[in-house]
Design a protein. Structure first.
Length: 142
């Protein structure tokens, strides 16, 4: 089998296509959730907490130092960037994750419920009357 033919069979296989579609839909869903959290949830949380914007929240460990130049424009001291822990962005992303995880949980739960409904119950054994008749028939055959 040629390499290209083998690759074509692999690429067109149902599981790979389903996975690709799920990946694209998941990425789009993630963007929708991020937009929802950034545009609706966090402003509401900010209003409830007195106008706090969580994306700006951070703990500054070391302040930034601006660049120092002499009169000729020569750099005497280089600038140092601020060192901070941006916990507000982390909280926003955590809320994003919780919403996505909850949505995935609901989808998986619905799929499992549908699978259980599709599974036909095992055929029941013969009733007690039928069982008695079977025993009588077997006894007469002897």
């Amino acid at each position: 089998m040629s390499f290209i033919k083998e690759f074509k069979e692999f690429a067109v296989r149902g599981n790979l296509v389903d996975t690709a579609v799920a990946f694209v839909m998941g990425a789009s869903f993630g963007k929708i959730v991020s937009s929802f959290v950034d545009g609706i949830v966090m402003p509401l949380v900010g209003m409830l907490t007195g106008g706090v914007d969580f994306n700006d929240k951070k703990w500054v460990l070391k302040d930034a130092i601006p660049e120092v130049k002499d009169a000729a424009g020569k750099v005497i001291e280089k600038a140092v960037l601020e060192v901070s822990v941006k916990y507000g962005t982390f909280l926003t992303n955590l809320i994003d994750f919780i919403i996505v995880a909850f949505a995935v949980f609901l989808v998986i739960k619905a799929i499992n419920k549908m699978k259980k409904q599709e599974e036909a119950p095992a055929p029941a054994g013969p009733s007690s009357t039928d069982q008695l008749l079977i025993e009588i028939r077997d006894a007469l055959k002897k």
